[in-house]
Design a protein around this ligand. Structure first.
Ligand code: NAD
Length: 480
């Protein structure tokens, strides 16, 4: 069985303790590779390698760093089909999604930050005869990047690329649930001529490798994307050491649909925003609020469309939804459907596993699930499910929908659907979410701010926000 390796000091290495974890193919429910179960020893070696590489990497010109990173981007592009198939197999997502979204975005993450540093500017504050100030931004040193399983290479590179571009050396840990494309990236970094120690990839569990990274005094900043509970734990560990922290956490996103919306566009985008990647995108809308005059019409049309979503093996072109990522995750999602029933909800469609034939019979396939009849403040509507489950709730007034939309602890993303420009902007300013889409969903420009408020996170990624997070700014004041 294929054994993945860590990438430390420019080399592929077995974990120091010689232990491995099972890696599952969710489409078949079978172990198909083994990943290093790394621990503090491996992290120590990675941090030492990063510290040794820092002097040379941080003093390269932006152009020199950019050229190396562009080579990685080009190699991702050259290997995109191979990477897309690997991502689909490892995660369960439809190949088409990995091919059109995950891998192109990983390529773009490297290219975007590699070129951003060629155009960066820092402020200069002129005080006339009293002198002047300027901002000197310097890389932090060794930084840690920890990512989740839902968009594996996409989110892994979204952290690594700005960290490297800003001149840091990186110790990174992908999710132990989806490690494959991070391993393939380490091979591409070697091919691209990334200097040894600049990027180190340590595989393993959160409590094992992840915790060791967060606790290591040599790791000066942590950029984390994952669940809110894990974020809380990381914050508690890192805060007394005064590490810089960027936390991108869970969500429970509202779709707010007014009666004057463009019905067809709202309908088709809402189906997508509910069930793309099996509902396992942090930006998926999971609570759909519909203004009462169109509630029944929207509900019936939505359910009809959802029934037509083909669930099946991820590599089959006809599959619109693949497998959810793991057995524990599938069980968690199903337990929420049960909870929704107990809380008085009506399952309009879904709620069951989707049986598959032959080699896929043990895979983790779930129906897209639509539920109505729940109160906005019940657990099903307050807790993150992170799977193919949405609830439909009618509303009568703007005040009412804002109260319901803002009622959760989360504040990541929201969509607003209306043709009334004044209302669109008014509601956007009142919704407690870090990312708001009006009459669209998941339209991304990598320059824009990305992140959540409340229990959805601390700080923002994207564009210069990400580059600035990975630097330590100084104000320099001079009088002449
Ligand atoms: P998770 O929190 O279980 O794991 C995320 C990563 O943290 C993994 O690599 C894991 O190994 C590591 N980890 C776990 N415990 C750790 C510890 N003690 N120290 C250091 N690292 C540790 O999350 P998940 O189940 O992989 O991902 C799903 C969650 O991620 C959902 O809540 C989802 O909303 C969230 N998410 C958020 C965003 C965003 O941008 N806000 C994007 C994608 C996913």
């Amino acid at each position: 069985m294929k054994k993945l390796l860590n990438y430390i000091n420019g080399e592929l290495k077995a974990p120091a303790g010689g232990k491995y974890l099972d890696n599952y193919d969710p489409s078949r429910g079978k172990v198909y590779s083994l990943i290093p179960d790394s621990g503090p020893e491996d992290v120590e070696e990675a941090v030492k390698a990063a510290q040794a590489a820092f002097g040379e990497w941080s003093t390269k010109t932006a152009k020199e760093r950019s050229e190396i990173m562009m080579r990685v981007s080009q190699l991702i592009d050259k290997n995109r089909e191979h990477l897309a198939k690997a991502e689909s197999l490892d995660n369960g997502k439809p190949l088409k999604l990995a091919r059109t979204v995950d891998i192109p975005r990983a390529r773009d993450n490297f290219a975007f930050f590699a070129t951003a540093i060629l155009h960066d500017e820092d402020p200069f504050y002129n005080m006339g005869t009293a002198g002047f100030n300027y901002t000197l931004r310097q890389p932090i040193g060794t930084v840690g990047c920890i990512s989740p399983w839902n968009l594996p290479l996409y989110l892994f590179t979204w952290k690594i690329a700005p960290a490297l571009a800003a001149g840091n050396c990186v110790v990174a840990k992908p999710s132990e649930v989806t490690p494959m494309t991070a391993f393939l990236l380490s091979e591409l970094c070697i091919e691209a001529g990334m200097p040894a120690g600049v990027l180190n990839i340590v595989h393993g569990t959160g409590p094992g490798a992840g915790q060791a990274m967060v606790e290591h005094p040599g790791v000066k900043a942590i950029s984390f994307t994952g669940g809110t509970k894990t974020g809380e734990h990381i914050a508690r560990t890192a805060a007394p050491m005064f590490k810089k922290l960027s936390l991108e956490l869970g969500g429970k996103n509202p779709n707010i649909i007014f009666a004057d919306c463009d019905f067809e566009k709202t309908l088709s985008t809402s189906v997508l925003s509910s069930f793309a990647n099996q509902g396992q995108i942090c930006l998926c809308g999971s609570r759909i609020f519909i203004e009462r005059p169109i509630y029944e019409k929207f509900r019936d049309a939505f359910v009809e469309k959802v029934k037509k979503l083909q669930v099946g093996p991820p590599l089959e072109e006809s599959s619109k939804m693949g497998a959810v990522v793991s057995k524990p995750h599938m069980d968690k999602v199903l337990s929420y459907v049960e909870l929704a029933r107990e809380e008085g909800g009506t399952v309009l469609y879904g709620g069951e596993r989707v049986p598959q034939a032959g080699e896929f019979s043990e895979g983790y396939y779930l129906q897209p699930t639509v539920i109505e009849g729940l109160s906005y403040d019940c657990r099903t509507n307050q807790e993150e499910i992170f799977g193919p489950v949405v609830t439909l709730t009618p509303f009568d007034t703007e005040e009412e929908v804002l109260r319901m939309a803002n009622s959760t602890n989360y504040g990541l993303a929201a969509t607003i659907w209306t043709q009334n420009l004044n209302r669109a902007h008014r509601v956007a300013s009142e919704v407690q979410s870090g990312i708001i889409w009006i009459n669209c969903w998941l339209v991304r420009d990598l320059r824009t701010l990305f992140g959540g408020m409340k229990a959805s996170g601390v700080g923002r990624e994207g564009g210069y926000e990400a580059l600035h997070f990975f630097t330590e700014p100084k104000n320099v004041c001079l009088q002449y």
